[in-house]
Design a protein around this ligand. Structure first.
Ligand code: APR
Ligand code: ZN
Ligand code: ZN
Length: 364
């Protein structure tokens, strides 16, 4: 089968034939129908997020189950599924306290860039190719843990709901689960890309009354308004903190979301919040980049919180997101600016880098 392989940081993905082993116990083989292009793929390709290589990126996929390995009970061949980044075990400490997105067993897939048992199913000439987030969906097929498969109704378009696999869950979840945005509150969203626009949608679903989209690109600010922002700020023109204060009764925002992955913008988000307000860091940044916070500000009881995968409880939240899409409360079709073939995956990366798209989708 064909897949897009990253051999070295800062080089184009190579679309070529690779081998895919059969699913082992608890695993299934999925024919990928479509896969959204996320900034985290870009960050892997450019070494901002480090990973063992070679690897097949792609982690925002949806498809149809073709084959199940031994001991699989959650799905069967023919099921339509959105792929979750958090194939949680259900019995570790974090699963027990309802933090499935922090499952210790699932973290193996991230740390080792492999399946949960630490081995790879992708191969080329007998040598291992690593998996991204236990998914690797820039490929015609993928072997994934059965817990990564979130069954969706047959009639929902997989080339649209694939976005739920990462950007939508991460963004909407950051607002609804991590921040638990209160109705009537104010929120600033710094970075209005594929994930940030979904933070805006999450704030809308939660009933926030003031939602301020912030981005350096004016086309992104237009998207922000389309997805529910009530105001926008371009910090290259207007001083950010002062502008936010003006829109929030002079106090600063109740919530500020950083959705880029840079220390500088985390510091800006923190400065935008009111006393006892909450900053939520959604962006995935480099380990070498560190945030600096003035000590004196802790007296104001400001809160700063990380958010991983929108604090997802995948089997609860993802079907809910599908329902929100089906009843028109979650805009997904509008999110897809362009589609590409797998062979065009490098062009999709360039479009993301240049900020030309809200989201693009690689359709197999
Ligand atoms: N100030 C304001 N906006 C900025 C700045 C800045 N200094 N730098 C970049 N941006 C904007 C870009 O113009 C773009 O619109 O941030 C947005 C990032 O969007 P995408 O590239 O589409 O990235 P996305 O897929 O949304 O991911 C955002 O979330 O999951 C993580 O790894 C992901 O860290 C990444 C973040
Ligand atoms: Zn992603
Ligand atoms: Zn667990």
């Amino acid at each position: 089968m064909k897949a897009a392989v990253l051999y070295e940081v800062d080089t184009p993905l190579k679309v070529e034939d690779v081998d895919l082993d059969s699913p082992k116990s608890g695993e299934v083989r999925v024919r990928i129908v479509a896969n959204g292009v996320c900034h985290s793929d870009y960050s892997i390709i450019h070494g901002v997020l480090r990973s063992p290589l070679p690897m097949v990126p792609g982690h925002e996929g949806a498809g149809i189950v073709e084959e199940v390995g031994p001991n699989v009970s959650l799905v069967k061949p023919g099921d339509h599924v959105v792929l979750s980044l958090a194939p949680y075990c259900g019995h570790c400490y974090y699963c027990a306290i309802g933090k499935q997105n922090l499952c210790v067993n699932m973290f193996q897939t991230m740390v080792k860039a492999a399946m949960i048992d630490g081995t790879c199913r992708l191969k080329k000439n007998g040598k291992d190719i690593h998996h991204m987030a236990g998914i690797s969906s820039f490929a015609e097929q993928a072997v994934v843990a059965e817990q990564a498969c979130i069954k969706v109704p047959d009639e929902v378009p997989l080339d649209v709901v694939c976005l739920i696999g990462c950007g939508v869950m991460t963004g909407v979840g950051a607002a609804m689960n991590t921040a638990q945005v209160e109705p009537g509150s104010s929120a600033v969203v710094i970075g209005c890309g594929g994930v940030g626009l979904n933070v805006i949608q999450g704030c809308v679903l939660a009933g926030a009354s003031t939602i301020i989209g912030v981005d350096l690109l004016d086309n992104k600010l237009d998207y922000a308004l389309q997805f529910g922002a009530t105001h926008t700020i371009n910090p290259s023109r207007d001083e950010l903190v002062r502008s936010v204060r003006k829109l929030t009764g002079g106090r600063g925002a109740d919530y500020a979301f950083e959705v880029i992955g840079l220390s500088r913008t985390v510091e800006q988000a923190y400065a935008c919040t009111r006393q006892a307000g909450t900053t939520i860091v959604v962006g995935a940044g480099s380990r070498r980049d560190t945030v600096s916070i003035p000590m004196g500000t802790f007296l104001t009881e400001k809160i700063i919180k990380g958010s991983g995968y929108g604090s997802a409880r995948p089997h609860l939240d993802m079907p809910r997101l599908v329902e929100h899409y089906r009843n028109g409360r979650l805009k997904l079709d509008e999110m897809i600016t362009r589609t590409y073939a797998l062979e065009e995956v490098n062009e999709a990366m360039t479009a993301l880098e240049k900020g030309e798209v809200a989201r693009s989708v690689v359709v197999m």
